[in-house]
Design a protein around this ligand. Structure first.
Ligand SMILES: *[C@@H]1O[C@H](CO)[C@@H](O)[C@H](O)[C@H]1NC(C)=O
Ligand SMILES: *[C@@H]1O[C@H](CO)[C@@H](O)[C@H](O)[C@H]1NC(C)=O
Ligand SMILES: *[C@@H]1O[C@H](CO)[C@@H](O)[C@H](O)[C@H]1NC(C)=O
Ligand SMILES: *[C@@H]1O[C@H](CO)[C@@H](O)[C@H](O)[C@H]1NC(C)=O
Ligand SMILES: *[C@@H]1O[C@H](CO)[C@@H](O)[C@H](O)[C@H]1NC(C)=O
Ligand SMILES: *[C@@H]1O[C@H](CO)[C@@H](O)[C@H](O)[C@H]1NC(C)=O
Length: 434
C-alpha cells in the first residue's frame, strides 16, 4: 500500500495542532480560558450530543451488535468511588446453538474485554462477524462483557460529581485498576453466578490488569486466566509520535495548567477529519490517524473507516495522558508522580510507588500476544516485561509477525492469528471442546 510520507517537522506540527484542537468544552469551563477558539472545528458547550442523550447513545451501541443478530444488554456498575460505568453484554448467540444443533447447550463462563487508551467497548466490535473478538467469543458459547473505563463516552457519569468538573477528571489508569476493574468483576460474578471471569486486555487494559492484581492479590482467584494483547508496563522504548510529542514538549502538563481536564477529541473535528476529509483523500487521512495510534501493518478494512471514526476515540482525562508521559520520561512502571511534597501525602514516600511485575501471583495463567512491528508496546519493552513476570504464570508468549499496535483490534487478520488461539486456550483450560 502506498502511504503518504509527511516530513517530520510537518508531522510534529500537525500533531501539536491536533493535541490542541482535539480538546473540547472543558477548556472553556475555567473562567473563560478559551485560548484556542477554532470554533468551527470545536464542539461548543451547547453541543450536548455526548452528554445528555447517554441513554440513546447506549442503545445506539447495542444496535451495532443487534444488527449482526446478537442480543445486547446494557449494565450500569457503580465503583466504590462513585463512577458509573456502562458494561455491554452479549449474553447469548443463536449461531452457537445452530453450530451445536441443540437448543440448551451449557453456558460457558463470562469473559470481560477491556479496551485500551482512548478506546471504548467499540474496540471489540470494529469488524464484521467472524472477525471481531466479541462476536467470535459469543459464537463459541461465552458470555461476553464489554468494559468501558471511566471517562470514555459510555462511562462519563458519577454518583455525585458533575462530569464537567475538575474533580471528575482527577484519575488515571491506576484508578481504573483500583476501582473499575474490581467493580466490574464483582458485578459480573454476582449477575452470572459463575465464580470466575476470564479477561482479555488490550494495551492500557493490560496495565490495568497488572496494577489491579498487585493491589488485590485475591483477584487471581476471581480472574485466573488473562489474555494480554499488546502488553504495556515499562514504556521507555515507546516510539509512538503522539505520546512522544506529548511528553517531550511537556504539552500534557501545559494543557492541564490551562484547564483542559478532559482529554477528549472533539467529535465534530473527528467527523470532519475522518468522514469528510477521508472521503476526499483516503491516504492523507490514514496518515493522520496513524500518527496518533501508530501505523497499521496487517490488512484492515478501509470501508469500515467511517464507522470506526464515528465511534473512536473514546476519551480520557488529561491526567491519564500525563501519567503516560511520566512513565516515558522516568522509564518505569509506577504510580502517578505528584512531586516530592504531594507524593508523601499520597504514598507516604517522596517517590511514586513502583509496580513490580515479579510480585504478581504465580497462580495467574497469562497468554501474551505482542506484535513485531508494534511501536507502542515495543518488542524490547515486551521482552523485558515478560522476563519480569513470575515464570509459572506465563503460559504462552506469541509474537505476531508484522503486527503493529492497532492491528490487534483493527486487523481483519487478527482472528486467524490471535482470536482463534484465545478460543483454543480458553476452551482448553475450561475443559470444553470447540
Ligand atoms: C448556545 O445556547 C444558547 C442558549 O441556549 C444560544 O443562545 C446560543 O446561540 C447557542 N450557541 C451555539 C453556538 O449554538
Ligand atoms: C449482588 O446482587 C444482589 C441481588 O441482585 C444485590 O442486592 C447486591 O447488591 C449485588 N452485589 C454486588 C456486589 O453487586
Ligand atoms: C469490509 O467491510 C464491509 C462493510 O462492513 C463489508 O461489506 C466487507 O465484507 C468487509 N470486507 C472484508 C474483507 O472483511
Ligand atoms: C525500563 O526499560 C528501560 C529500557 O528497556 C530500562 O533502561 C529501564 O531500566 C527499565 N526500568 C525498570 C524499572 O526496569
Ligand atoms: C510512613 O513511612 C514511615 C517510614 O518510611 C513509616 O515508619 C510509617 O509507619 C509510615 N506511615 C504510614 C501511615 O504508613
Ligand atoms: C521486584 O521484586 C523482586 C522480588 O519480589 C525483587 O527482587 C526486585 O528487586 C524488585 N524490583 C524492583 C525494581 O523493585
Amino acid at each position: 500500500m502506498n502511504k503518504l510520507k509527511i516530513g517530520s517537522l510537518r508531522t510534529n506540527l500537525i500533531l501539536i495542532c491536533l493535541i490542541f484542537q482535539l480538546f473540547n468544552r472543558i477548556g472553556t469551563l475555567e473562567e473563560g480560558i478559551n485560548v484556542f477558539s477554532f470554533s468551527s472545528l470545536w464542539d461548543s458547550k451547547n453541543d450536548t450530543s455526548s452528554e445528555s442523550s447517554s441513554e440513546s447513545q447506549y442503545s445506539e451501541f447495542c444496535q451495532i451488535i443487534k444488527d449482526f443478530g446478537y442480543p445486547c444488554e446494557i449494565h450500569s456498575v457503580m465503583t466504590k468511588d462513585g463512577y458509573k460505568l456502562t458494561l455491554f453484554r452479549i449474553p447469548d448467540s443463536h449461531y452457537y446453538k445452530l453450530r451445536k444443533s441443540v437448543s440448551d447447550v451449557p453456558k460457558k463462563q463470562p469473559i470481560l474485554l477491556q479496551h485500551g487508551l482512548l478506546g471504548s467497548s467499540i474496540t471489540w466490535v470494529i469488524n464484521n462477524k467472524d472477525q471481531s473478538l466479541a462476536y467470535i467469543l459469543a459464537d463459541h458459547g461465552y458470555d461476553v462483557w464489554l468494559m468501558n473505563s471511566r471517562g470514555n463516552c459510555y462511562s462519563c457519569e458519577h454518583d455525585t460529581l458533575n462530569s464537567e468538573s475538575k474533580e471528575y477528571w482527577d484519575f488515571t489508569f491506576e484508578d481504573m485498576a483500583k476501582y473499575d476493574l474490581p467493580a466490574a468483576v464483582d458485578y459480573i460474578i454476582n449477575v452470572t453466578g459463575f465464580p470466575t471471569v476470564s479477561y482479555v486486555g488490550y494495551s492500557q487494559g493490560t496495565m490495568i490488569f497488572f496494577i489491579s492484581n498487585l493491589l488485590y492479590p485475591d483477584l487471581a482467584d476471581k480472574v485466573p486466566i488473562a489474555f494480554l494483547l499488546g502488553p504495556v508496563a515499562n514504556v521507555s522504548g515507546i516510539q509512538n509520535g503522539f505520546l512522544r510529542v506529548l511528553s517531550g514538549y511537556g504539552a500534557g502538563n501545559m494543557l492541564q495548567f490551562l484547564g483542559f481536564q478532559r482529554f477528549s477529541p472533539s467529535p465534530t473535528l473527528f467527523r470532519w477529519l475522518i468522514v469528510d476529509f477521508c472521503t476526499q483523500c483516503e491516504t492523507c487521512c490514514l496518515s493522520i490517524i496513524e500518527s496518533i495510534v501508530g501505523p497499521h501493518h496487517a490488512s484492515f478494512n478501509r470501508s469500515r473507516m467511517p464507522f470506526i471514526s464515528s465511534h473512536e476515540p473514546g476519551g480520557t482525562s488529561t491526567k491519564n495522558m500525563i501519567h503516560y508521559t511520566q512513565l516515558i520520561n522516568q522509564k518505569q512502571f509506577q504510580s502517578y508522580d505528584y512531586g516530592e511534597v504531594d507524593n508523601v501525602n499520597h504514598y507516604n514516600s517522596t517517590k511514586p510507588i513502583v509496580f513490580n511485575l515479579s510480585k504478581l501471583s504465580p497462580k495467574l495463567k497469562l497468554y501474551i500476544y505482542s506484535g513485531s512491528k508494534d511501536t507502542l508496546s515495543n518488542p524490547v519493552d515486551v521482552a523485558s516485561l515478560v522476563g519480569q513476570l513470575p515464570k509459572e504464570s506465563v503460559k504462552k508468549w506469541k509474537i505476531i509477525k508484522d503486527f503493529a499496535h492497532i492491528d490487534f483490534v483493527w486487523s481483519i487478520a487478527a482472528h486467524n492469528v490471535i482470536y482463534d488461539d484465545i478460543l483454543y486456550n480458553l476452551d482448553d483450560h475450561l475443559n470444553f471442546s470447540q
